[in-house]
Design a protein around this ligand. Sequence first.
Ligand code: PGA
Length: 251
Amino acid sequence: MRTPVIAGNWKLFKKQGDAVALVEGLIPLVKDTVGVEIVVAPVFTSLSAVCEKISGTNINLSAQNCYWEEEGAFTGEIAPGMLADAGCSHVIIGHSERRQYFGETDETVNKKIKAALKGGLVAIFCIGETLAQREADSTFDVLRTQVTDGLAGITAAELAKIIIAYEPVWAIGTGKTASDDQAEEAHAFIRGLVTGLYDQGTADAIRILYGGSVKPENVKGLMSRPNIDGALVGGASLKADSFAGIVNFQK
Ligand code: PGA
């Protein structure tokens, strides 16, 4: 059985005071939720404040990005070990906004995943096709390349510390969710890729999240599909009640 993961990606929102207020609102709404891995990903400067508030709760802390070196003359970067030191258990890697605006490639994503694992973090590895790629019928080719190159050199044992997030770029922040069928089709394909690269047991164990305009209203349908193991949530994670509505999809 794969434990579902519901992760909130706060992107470039919420200074410390607002971030703390958000988790303070969230904690009572999810405190009785069992069997769901709950993750929030604030901006770097809010990590410590949020960490303090969620200590002893069932909420886990994630960063939104990291660098691949442990330390050195890399002004402005942050290392996985430093994120772990700040209380993070997870880190999002290769989000489409990072690929689109900050030049991340499958190769740099691969380096970051390896560094995250070495630094003791669970990597939430994001993939997904753009609208142009979907319309050109190249979705599966894009996903194959992203998965193969992103996971290059990573062992089956290490894969236990990786969560894949399938986020069709055209569904992010647009209000256009992939249909349950479209999402399930992509997830089944991704799991098949993992089977080919590793083995059936490894593929059966890995969690594959869907991301792109997930809301309390559409989460149930998505989660009812066999290959969808959770959600990476942007907009709807910025309010305690809507994020809790997604976390509590079983109720
Ligand atoms: P969204 O963002 O839920 O606002 O579409 C998802 C994401 O970018 O992870």
